[in-house]
Write a protein that binds this ligand. Structure first.
Ligand code: ADP
Ligand code: MG
Length: 370
């Protein structure tokens, strides 16, 4: 029986200063699992249902580092979702799966500035799912070890970006770039992988934090008019969690889980960012990966409804690397990040539609145990 292994969450961020400056009006409303978007010109409303809907509002306080601190009150009494709430809903399930040997992929989709990095990585004290997940995996290991558990634990970390359909190793400051990107190879059993990608063992949360900072520093940042500091690349963090132990029958057993955390490049079309020349080419390549992801999601949704269609995983770097995640060997969570403002109506609607299609995918995850 196919199990529902794709979960979709939508998260609306507070108004940003650009929106406030343009006196933007809110067009998103949420109630339970329902997200409603209102067309600012016609007033027409569209309703979507997702596994999770995360509301935020503009009553935020600025933190010292320029980021926003959460304000737990809400004028309409709506529940406001902070980083911990999102982690509890989405990250804890991923953690539980990892302990059981299931792969998981969490990815964030949305236009630039909509809150993808905020959700996946977070900023400063407002830790996103990745740091909270990493913190908790080591907490769990320590607890087991304190309790005298003899399991051998291994955690590895890798970080790459896909930029113009080229893969760069973010933990290798020059290597990947010099060779014009790393090659993608196919393993007969485990599928597509990046040849030569550094996969570093990490022994503590501090190790991971250090690697993450290193990777973030190496990231390609090309400004667009949308957001001067936003990355135009897809970033994939890979965490491998391996447990070696002796099972009840006295046999040496390995349980391993791969966790992919994907911060996608902005989903906006190149035109809307005022991009020209090189930037435009970048936009086109980014959209090649993203539109291919969209095509794969659409095909998988059709497959889930019983039709025999080919899923074009091979058409982009991103979908090759996410093939296992989307194709059934993984629990998958998508966070669709949206702006609350009328001026971003088109992009928000397109993100909600994308997420709606992802919701229709049904896969069965398999456990990695031998
Ligand atoms: P993206 O990665 O999609 O380009 P970011 O995650 O960097 O966008 O978000 C842009 C800014 O919006 C962040 O710097 C942060 O201050 C703010 N932000 C985004 N999402 C939230 C949220 N859920 N709560 C509070 N602030 C947010
Ligand atoms: Mg970002």
């Amino acid at each position: 029986m196919p199990e529902e292994n794709v979960k979709v969450a939508v998260r609306v961020r507070p108004f940003n200063s650009r929106e406030k400056g343009r006196n933007a009006v809110g067009i998103i409303d949420m109630s339970g699992q329902t997200t409603i978007i209102k067309n600012p010109s016609t007033g027409e409303e569209k309703k979507f249902n997702f596994d999770y809907s995360y509301w935020s509002h503009d009553g935020f306080k600025e933190a010292g580092d320029g980021s926003m601190l959460s304000d737990t009150s809400h004028p309409n009494g709506k529940k406001f979702a902070d980083q911990n709430k999102v982690y509890q809903d989405l990250g804890e399930g991923v953690l539980k799966n990892a302990w059981e040997g299931f792969n998981s992929t969490l990815f964030a989709y949305g236009q630039t500035g909509s809150g993808k990095s905020w959700s996946i990585v977070g900023y400063g004290v407002n830790k996103g799912v990745v740091p909270l997940f990493c913190e908790n995996i080591f907490k769990g290991i320590e607890e087991k070890q304190k309790a005298g558990d003899k399991t051998e634990f291994e955690v590895t970390y890798s970080m790459l970006e896909i930029y113009n359909e080229q893969v760069r190793d973010l933990l290798d400051a020059n290597g990947g770039n010099k060779r014009g990107g790393l090659r993608i190879r196919q393993h007969p059993k485990s599928g597509f992988y990046v040849e030569g990608l550094l996969i570093v063992p990490v022994r503590s949360y501090k190790d991971i934090e250090q690697k993450m900072d290193e990777g973030t520093r190496n990231r390609t940042v090309a400004a667009t008019n949308m957001n001067a500091t936003s990355s135009r690349a897809h970033t994939i963090v890979g965490i491998n969690f391996i447990q070696k132990f002796r099972n009840a029958a006295g046999e040496d057993t390995t349980k391993s889980a791969v966790i992919n955390l994907v911060d996608l490049a902005g989903s906006e079309r190149a035109e809307s960012t005022g991009a020209t020349g090189d930037r435009l080419k970048e936009g086109a390549a980014i959209n090649q990966s993203l539109s291919c992801l969209g095509n794969c999601i659409a095909a998988l949704a059709e497959k889930s409804s019983g039709r025999d269609v080919k899923v074009p995983f091979r058409d982009s770097v991103l979908t090759k690397l996410l093939k296992n995640a989307l194709g059934g060997n993984s629990k998958t969570i998508m966070i669709a990040a949206i702006s609350p403002a009328d001026i971003n109506y088109d992009e928000s609607l397109s993100t909600l539609r994308y997420a709606d299609r992802a919701k229709q995918i049904k896969t069965t995850a398999t456990v990695n145990e031998d």
